[in-house]
Design a protein around this ligand. Structure first.
Ligand code: COS
Length: 381
């Protein structure tokens, strides 16, 4: 889709200002209270942030992948709680419906997801099926005129708030996807998980016990659920790589500002070459992640299969962020270990990105398989 460049520039400018003026000042409150103030949620709804990737025909902004990653880079520059709240509606919680939903499913769910009236969740992971996502224990059986689901889904982002779950379960013809509403009999949500970081984001178990859903809850064709999950994760991995890039930009900015004002041995520590080396390495890695993410997003918009590129982006950006945020703490010295500096919180928040939506090791596996499978190993270069 060709979009007027001015409209995108205006959107990015609005989001930049929103992040700077509304979200960054609220970060400490969100971390301490583990919750996002209602007025900020309302502002996010009014700005259309819940429906950025949902087609305009269903009330969303219909952003392209390139536009989406540019927004994710901006939203990444504050507490991940804000991005995470809108993240499932924009990505893994709605993409399955956009890719494989019937017209009735799209009309039923997408407008409410776009407005933020309904929160979506992606229920793939299980206690014994994390990286090995193709081996879920959850089952769905057909019973005269409806499906009956059984199983437990684990670490499900936004589960405590969600009204709609894309659940992956084993049927007689393989793994199938289902749109399960929160009110479905037999669905319950466990207590919110207690996490190392990412306060203000919420994950929990989703339990399905003889959970009855109607025939039209099946999403896509029976037995095609795993492929749908993988296609959804390809987009999600690019999005997460963009978020990592945003966090990297933020912590480099904070480290630079601290290095400029912190004086030791009679000078700002930014004047010392060993500190400069850390800043330079971080800037180089953030620049590389930024360039990779934009390149892969453009390729996807052009219709390329970006399985390999998305995995490269997720692997590099999340691993680079680990090094960048570690150096940022180091530059802050003792202050970086203290709760009153944002870098301490961002360090804990950042650890997640090497794990979720596919660990770094899974990305390596995907990259190597794709290299071996493609006719030209250097296809993405
Ligand atoms: N897009 C479309 N189809 C895909 C695909 C993709 N990105 N990746 C795999 N598939 C297809 C394969 O082509 C294959 O199809 P056929 O059976 O027709 O040949 C099928 O799916 C099975 O693929 P594969 O054999 O590669 O599955 P494996 O179980 O060996 O491994 C990995 C798949 C490990 C890559 C997968 O399980 C994975 O990504 N795990 C991590 C899951 C994850 O990210 N979890 C995070 C939680 S969700 S927030």
């Amino acid at each position: 889709m060709i979009r007027d460049a001015d409209i995108l520039a205006g959107l990015l400018d609005t989001i930049q200002r929103f992040v700077r003026e509304r979200l960054v000042p609220a970060e400490d409150h969100v971390a301490a209270s583990d919750c996002i103030p209602e007025e900020i949620v309302r502002d996010m709804q009014e700005m259309g942030l819940f429906g950025m990737t949902i087609p305009e025909a269903y009330g969303g902004l219909g952003l392209t992948m390139e536009e989406e990653v540019k927004v994710a880079i901006e939203l990444g520059q504050t507490s991940p709680a804000f991005r995470s709240l809108v993240g499932t509606n924009n990505g893994i919680g709605s993409l399955g419906i956009i890719l494989s939903g019937t017209e009735a499913q799209k009309e039923r769910y997408l407008p409410r997801l776009a407005s933020g009236a309904l929160i979506a969740s992606f229920a793939l992971t299980e206690p014994d099926a994390g990286s090995d996502a193709a081996s879920p224990r959850a089952t769905a059986r057909w019973s005269s005129d409806h499906w009956v689901l059984n199983g437990t889904k684990r670490f499900i982002t936004n589960a405590p708030l969600a009204g709609l779950f894309t659940v992956f379960a084993r049927t007689s013809s393989g793994i199938s996807a289902f749109l399960v509403e929160r009110s479905s009999p037999g669905l319950s949500i466990g207590p919110a998980d207690r996490k190392m970081g990412q306060q203000g984001t919420h994950t929990a178990d989703v339990m399905l016990e003889e959970c009855k859903v109607p025939a039209d809850a099946l999403l896509g064709q029976e037995g095609q659920g795993f492929k749908l999950a993988m296609r959804t994760l390809d987009r999600g991995r690019l999005h997460i790589a963009a978020v990592c890039t945003g966090i990297a930009i933020r912590v480099i900015r904070d480290a630079l500002a601290y290095a400029a004002q912190r004086r030791q041995f009679g000078k700002p520590i930014a004047a010392f070459q060993l500190v400069q080396a850390m800043l330079a390495d971080s800037q180089t890695e953030a620049y590389a992640a930024h360039a990779m993410v934009l390149d892969a997003a453009r390729r996807r918009d052009e219709g390329d299969d970006v399985v390999l590129e998305a995995a490269c982006c997720k692997l590099f950006a999340s691993e680079a962020l680990g090094r960048i945020v570690d150096r940022a703490v180091q530059i802050h010295g003792g202050a970086g270990y203290m709760r009153e500096y944002a870098v301490e919180r961002l360090y804990r928040d950042a650890r997640l990105y090497r794990i979720y939506e596919g660990t770094s090791q899974i990305q390596q596996l995907v990259i190597a398989r794709e290299m071996i499978g493609r006719e030209e190993a250097h296809a993405c270069i």
